[in-house]
Design a protein around this ligand. Structure first.
Ligand code: BAL
Ligand code: ZN
Length: 876
């Protein structure tokens, strides 16, 4: 594939007025007839032909205004259909027939088969695998869809919009017709046909319209869709309350499928979901699964306005819908659950997934300017950093200011395909603030580093804060401009109370937000009566790295007194990190690992503090991960030393806090029946972290095995199994528990994914042999993306010592897997390959092995564009 540039954007020469599709479904020979009505755009070149996109298509028929077109007027290849000599301004109709093979479609893009049903995935460029079409997001039209299929095998015939009607259609067949009145781009098209069970409900919108809600799942799994339905209704109500957004069709449908490349897809009125984000019950789903279902349901639903009603002009604008919609789903969860705990979880995720992307060879701006394969830009940067940028706009403008800008955005751009500039302009117009410098967040890749230092002048009663910002070079961007960084900031006195300065010089400081705009900046806070302890970047107001040398005593002070609980967690993490970094260095040199006492005492005090919510305490106890430590170390990393150092620290905390952990383990038991609500989940989370530490203190599998045997829900069961497998892999207890788990859940693929995930994460050099053996297990299915992600994905992304074993076998194994997967499903292969993004920060021997494995991939014949793009950028 060639490189696509944002600068080359221009509108199409032809306007699409209407789309009328007829599908005659057949597993291997589906006939698609597309009737497309176009007219030439006023002002466009009157000699221009129309060029439609295709991908692996064969043209089986072409009519122009209902008459067969002379072959001299068109040219068809698998990738395009070009038609010449078209009317100057009058509308004309092309009727295009293609024959496609859903059964052979292993890429899971376009129309394919999964679990005996027909289903589609069109974002970003899958529609062109169905028919020739102007397959780009700025071509919007109303769609009519007629589906004809065998009636017995496919009682359900679904597409976007409202149901028009259906009837018998010859012997053994029937048809259904759907009309979507809202003009939409092709990437939002969906079709599902087959035989599925359904859960049904209704929602009455704010203007009093009744909407039918249906969630389709495999027969027999209906009870496991109840939580998803509940989450959907809460999402619909929340979008009305918080953003004034009402649903706009008579029916909203979700279909759960088992073979799916993404998490889910927001097709208009007919979402298609990876079944792991629908199906849940206490026996089979963890609290994390419930939380993920709630998030993904909300996310896809919220796309109805941010993505569907207002869509992207081109794929460079992907963050316009994704960053904004992630922000919206994060806000939903914050309102439904605990705001600080949600913020902690999101920042952890951002730092462990997006920061390495932003600091490595795959770094790119939130709004990129070039791409070779758009599938590779569904990244943590576009999604999660995109959300952070939206959140900063909300921080800059305040809750009401942000709401005004969003209202204008919905008002001004409804029905359009727009750009990031259009979005930002709405906030400039409503607030009067110039967001030019702020917009660099969309255009400059890399995580800014802010260095801070403070000094207190008791005589003057003033506190001086010096700030400096630097954004590292990233691929294609060697020098960076200073950004507009909103830093939520507060000063705390010795008694723990907040100090409100009488005035501030040198920086805008309003509503506790300090605006850092210069490369260097000095802010002076006046009227500060005693030495303050400063809290910077509270709530993680900006996605930056902060270097601020605070003493353990000051951090402990913040951990106790900050009113922002995210900042308390940050202070605890800042106390932990130097210990973990030093432990990794000491372990590497064979020195004893010793923890600094203030850290251990503060952490245990937080764990025992009953004024703090249990979910917060569990987050505090979950130390930075091995990959977090590797990122902070920066380079020349030895995964074994990082692992050993971290384990030693855990042991010291466990020994020091044994009584506290035993007390928590006893006290946090939930009583009565299982409830997936956030409060009960918090109790389970804290109890399970206590169990983790107790197992470190006791150094035997006994307690975890007892917990495994006693568990009455999947959260406790899988946590106990993880402790057994990761800490005591060779024990009899672990062998027994793994076998019991497999036998109990052998017929539930989503639960067996947990069994694969837990085992793929077992640290140490033997992990690879275990993963190889598991791939031969009859419960493993190579063609299913969830299975592949659970086993190979977990091994590569989340097992630094196993994947990064010193002889390089882990990297070579991955290379082989990538090539094998690429032949079938390039999107999945490319995604799993991004696990190599931090290879340059390994110590030299491992880095050499990693490079060789990447070169092996690069040299393979017939690489997909997806994998070629990732491997070449990773090696550059
Ligand atoms: N649009 C792809 C799936 C999602 O982000 O919702
Ligand atoms: Zn999305």
């Amino acid at each position: 594939g060639q490189v696509i540039h944002l600068a080359d954007y221009r509108p199409t020469d032809f306007v699409l007025e209407r789309v009328d599709l007829t599908f005659e479904l057949d597993p291997t020979e589906t006939k698609v007839e597309a009737r497309l009505i176009f007219h030439r755009r006023p002002g466009a070149d009157i000699t221009a032909p129309i060029v439609l996109d295709g991908d692996e298509l064969t043209l089986a028929g072409l009519l122009f205004d209902q008459v067969e077109l002379d072959p001299s007027r068109y040219e068809a290849t698998p990738e395009s259909l070009t038609v010449r000599d078209l009317p100057e301004s009058a509308p004309f109709e092309l009727t295009i027939t293609t024959i496609i093979n859903p059964e052979a479609n292993t890429q899971l893009m376009g129309l394919y088969r999964t679990g005996g049903i027909y289903c589609t995935q069109c974002e970003a460029e899958g529609f062109r695998r169905i028919t020739y079409f102007p397959d780009r997001p700025d071509v919007l039209a109303p769609f009519t869809v007629n589906i004809i299929a065998d009636k017995e095998a496919n009682p359900l015939l679904l597409s976007n919009g409202n149901f028009l009607g259906g009837a018998g259609y010859g012997p053994g067949k029937h048809f259904a017709a759907w009309f979507d009145p809202h003009p939409k781009p092709s990437y939002l098209f969906a079709l599902v046909a087959g035989d599925l069970g359904v859960v049904e409900d209704t929602f009455t919108t704010m203007s009093g319209r009744d909407v039918v809600l249906k969630i389709y799942v495999e027969h027999g799994k209906e009870p496991r869709a109840a939580y998803a339905m509940d989450a959907l209704k809460r999402s619909m109500a929340w979008d009305e309350e918080r953003f004034g957004r009402e649903y706009d069709l008579d029916i909203f449908m979700i279909v759960a499928v088992s073979d799916f490349n993404m998490g889910a897809m927001e097709n208009k009125g007919l979402n298609v979901f990876n079944d792991r984000y629908i199906l849940a019950d206490p026996e089979t789903a963890t609290d994390a699964d419930y939380a993920n279902i709630e998030t993904v349901i909300a996310h896809e639903y919220f796309h109805n306005w941010t993505g569907n009603r207002i869509t992207c002009r081109d794929w460079f604008q992907l963050c316009l819908k994704e960053g904004l919609t992630v922000f919206r789903d994060q806000e939903f969860t914050s309102d439904q659950r605990s705001r600080p705990v949600k913020r902690i979880a999101d920042v952890r995720h951002l730092k462990s997934e997006q920061f390495p992307e932003d600091g490595g060879p795959l770094a790119h701006p939130v709004r990129p300017t070039t791409y070779r394969e758009i599938n590779n830009f569904y990244t943590r940067t576009v999604y999660e950093k995109g959300s952070e940028v939206t959140r900063m706009i909300a921080t800059l403008l305040g809750r009401d200011g942000f709401k005004k800008g969003m209202d204008l955005y919905f008002d001004r751009h409804d029905g359009q395909a727009v750009t990031i500039e259009d979005f930002v302009k709405c906030f400039e117009d409503t607030s009067g603030r110039d967001l030019t410098q702020f917009s660099l967040w969309y255009h400059q890749a890399g995580t800014p580093l802010v260095t801070a230092s403070g000094s207190y002048d008791p005589a003057a009663g003033s506190f001086t804060l010096s700030l400096e910002q630097m954004t590292p070079a990233t691929p294609g961007q060697s020098s960076k401009e200073p950004m507009h960084i909103p830093l939520s900031l507060a000063l705390f006195g010795e008694n723990g109370g907040k100090i409100a300065p009488s005035s501030v010089d040198g920086a805008e400081y309003a509503g506790e937000v300090l605006h850092l705009t210069g490369r260097t900046q000095t802010a002076v806070f006046h009227g500060v009566g005693s030495r303050p302890v400063v809290s910077i970047n509270r709530s993680f107001s900006a996605p930056i790295n902060l270097h601020f040398d605070q003493s353990p005593a000051d951090l402990a002070h913040l951990a106790r007194h900050e009113t922002d609980h995210f900042a308390r967690w940050q202070a605890l993490t800042d106390l932990a990190l130097p210990n973990l970094l030093k432990a990794a260095r000491d372990a590497r040199e064979g020195k004893p690992v010793v923890c600094e006492p203030t850290f251990v005492e503060t952490l245990i005090a937080a764990a025992a503090d009953e004024s703090l919510e249990p979910a917060f305490r569990a987050q505090a106890l979950a130390l930075p991960s091995e990959s977090d430590i590797a990122r902070e170390l920066g380079g020349n990393n030895d995964p074994d030393a990082i692992h050993a150092g971290r384990q030693a620290i855990l042991k010291q905390i466990a020994d020091a806090g044994k009584d506290v952990f035993a007390g928590l383990y006893a006290a946090m038991a939930t009583s009565g029946g299982f409830s997936p609500d956030a409060k009960s989940a918090g109790l389970r989370a804290l109890r399970n972290s206590a169990l983790t530490y107790l197992s470190h203190a006791e150094q035997t599998p006994a307690r975890a095995k007892a917990a495994f045997d006693a568990a009455d829900n999947m959260t406790d069961l899988s946590h106990a199994l993880t402790i057994l497998a990761h800490r005591f892999p060779d024990s009899a207890e672990t062998g027994e528990a793994l076998a019991a788990f497999r036998d109990r859940f052998a017929d539930n693929a989503l639960v067996i994914d947990k069994w694969f995930t837990i085992q793929a994460g077992i640290p140490g050099a033997t992990a690879l042999d275990r993963v190889r053996r598991l791939m031969e297990n009859p419960l493993f299915k190579r063609t299913n993306p969830n299975r592949m992600r659970a086993l190979v994905g977990t091994f590569a992304f989340a097992n630094p010592t196993g994947f990064g074993r010193a002889d390089g076998e882990g990297y070579r194994f991955l290379a082989g897997q990538i090539l094998e997967i690429d032949g079938r499903n390039p999107q999945l292969a490319a995604r799993i390959l991004t696990s190599m993004r931090s290879w340059r920060s390994l110590e030299p021997t491992r880095a050499d092995h990693a490079r060789s494995a990447l070169i092996e991939i690069e040299r393979a014949p017939d690489l997909s564009t997806d994998v070629r793009d990732i491997v070449e950028r990773t090696l550059k």
